[in-house]
Design a binder for this molecule. Structure first.
Ligand code: ATP
Length: 517
């Protein structure tokens, strides 16, 4: 193998979300759902490249969680089995889980602009002087902040605000008097924001011919409850013993009040959830292990830089089930639309025995449903460590992280996917459409394709073909030229460096395999 050329890449410019969305649309990663009818708020479709990218993410998760050997904190293999439960479940499930009644967000309406906001997403900024105006804006929304605060201060400078002159706080803690002097994010007058009210997040439907209360069912708002209700089936039908986990990938639905930021907050999305059942006295050890392993996992699939953080929750922001226990943490990514802040990709929570004991109570069997630990000869409800990740947010983070501008190349941009995530692993091109080159290239393409996703392209100039593959994030482009046809070789171009090397044709499938597997 010989090195031919290595152009110097130019430094990457800051990423703009509108450019990433435009590339996703143009190259078929992500489209608006039912776009020909004007789309529908909160729903998205994955095009040919996007579906492969998202599938690579889900497959990596499934392989690493369910199929491959994973060594736990005690040095033993971690045992996890898979599950695929239904989206519509007996509605009693959602009473037991606390979703009916509890699963809602505090909402605020603006009487002037007719907009509706999540109260816990509104930040209020103002002067500490009595009766001065307060300005509400949407957290992490630069544009909103600039407009709402009308030059008072910018969000990214909030740390620099003088606390003796300015105050910054959540809308949730405002008194009625404070609300009366607050200007809403899209309003001009003060006092147009209502008090926060609860808004049900579950999609309702009816199961069966009759449409009344008795047939009311819900689209699941999380995949986790399908796992909890199957805990006893899995114990009875397999040889699993605590500690063990059940993993599931599947759709979840939430009637989010303000779907926004591309696929980040959608109304239909996919989750990758593990419920890991443990002895109550081992919660600290397993919680810490899962938190660190999950953080590491996201780094390995392409989010290695400083845009990924692990954030341990403060006690006062914990959910009802996690107030006591080993802890809760989020793995967060700095998306272009959250910067300089971060958005959640995955939550890791010690849920204690909240769900299993709630289902045992609500189904009427109570303590009879306690797990029998043969080793310890005792009965208990296992505690649970739950790593719950979003496949759509994960895919979006990978897209944002991979997007790299580079003025030295025709496309002006390339997608720096890890080989494992890349939708297409290799592009194969004949330099020209004659002299036997297409036949050699096609043989090579078919050879690579036996194991890896590859694309054959004989249209347009070689520069345009490289540009297409750069935008698709294909790590290797293989060109069969005249020299190669005589010597039985082809050039392999590396996506990131644009360096080229010449490799013998028969070695190329192994070359690709070695680098993408
Ligand atoms: P948020 O606070 O952003 O609403 P959450 O804490 O309610 O999220 P969980 O209930 O913990 O989210 O769900 C687990 C994972 O599911 C999240 O980390 C996220 O990746 C994904 N997820 C949740 N809601 C949505 C949504 N509306 N759109 C896309 N993904 C979502």
């Amino acid at each position: 193998m010989s090195e031919i050329t290595t152009p110097t890449p130019s430094p990457s410019a800051p990423k703009k979300m509108e450019d990433i969305v435009a590339l996703c649309r143009r190259r078929g990663f992500i489209f608006q759902s039912s776009e020909i009818y004007g789309g529908i708020n909160g729903f998205w479709d994955y095009g040919p490249l996007g579906v492969s990218l998202k599938r690579n993410l889900k497959n990596a998760w499934w392989n690493d969680v369910v199929e491959r050997e994973l060594i736990g904190p005690d040095g033993d293999a971690v045992h996890i089995v898979g599950l695929d439960s239904s989206i519509i479940m007996n509605p009693k499930t959602w009473i037991a889980s606390g979703h009916v009644g509890g699963f809602n967000d505090p909402m605020v309406d603006c009487k002037e602009s007719k907009q509706r906001y999540r109260a816990d997403h509104l930040i209020v900024l103002g002067s500490t002087a009595d009766n001065a105006r307060l300005y509400a804006y949407i957290e992490n929304d630069e544009e909103q902040c600039a407009a709402a605060t009308k030059g008072l201060a910018r969000y990214e400078k909030r740390d620099a605000l003088d606390p003796s002159v300015h105050m910054l706080r959540s809308f949730m803690v405002l008194t009625a008097e404070d609300r009366a002097r607050t200007v809403g994010p899209h309003a001009k007058e003060v006092g147009t924001l209502t008090e926060a009210r609860k808004f049900g997040l579950m999609f309702e439907t009816n199961s069966g011919a009759v449409r009344d209360e008795s047939s009311l069912t819900y689209l699941r708002p999380e995949t986790a409850q399908g796992i909890f209700t199957n805990f006893w089936n899995v114990c009875d039908s397999t040889r699993v013993r605590v500690p063990f986990g059940i993993a599931q990938i599947g759709k979840a639905f939430r009637n989010e009040v303000t779907p926004r930021n591309f696929t980040f907050r959608s109304r239909e999305f996919e989750q990758m959830e593990i419920e890991f059942f443990i002895r109550p006295d081992s919660a600290n050890e397993w919680y810490a292990w899962w938190r660190d392993w999950r953080f590491n996992w996201w780094q390995q699939i392409g989010l290695a830089g400083e845009n990924l953080i692990l954030r341990e929750h403060d006690r006062d922001e914990l959910a009802h089930y996690a107030k006591v226990g080993a802890g809760t943490s989020d793995i967060e990514y700095r998306f272009p639309f959250t910067a300089p802040g971060f958005g959640e990709l995955e939550g890791i929570a010690h849920r204690a025995d909240f769900d299993l004991s709630a289902h045992a109570t609500h189904c009427g069997k109570g303590d009879k449903m306690r797990y029998f630990d043969q080793e310890k000869n005792e009965r208990y409800f296992p505690h649970v460590i739950e790593p719950s990740a979003g496949a759509d947010r994960g895919t979006l983070a990978i897209l944002c992280e991979a997007y790299t501008t580079d003025a030295t190349r025709a496309s002006g941009v390339y997608m720096n996917f890890t080989p494992r995530m890349a939708p297409v692993k290799a592009g194969v091109f004949p330099l020209v459409n004659k002299d036997g080159l297409p036949e050699i290239a096609e043989r090579l393409f078919r050879d690579i394709r036996k194991k890896h996703v590859a694309e054959f392209d004989e249209k347009q100039s070689i520069g345009k073909r490289y540009a297409r593959m750069d935008e698709a994030g294909t790590p290797f482009c293989i060109t069969v030229d005249h020299d190669g046809a005589t010597s039985g070789t082809a050039t392999i171009r590396h996506r990131n460096t644009q360096a080229q090397e010449r490799v013998a044709l028969e070695q190329i499938p192994a070359f690709i395999a070695e680098r993408v597997e």
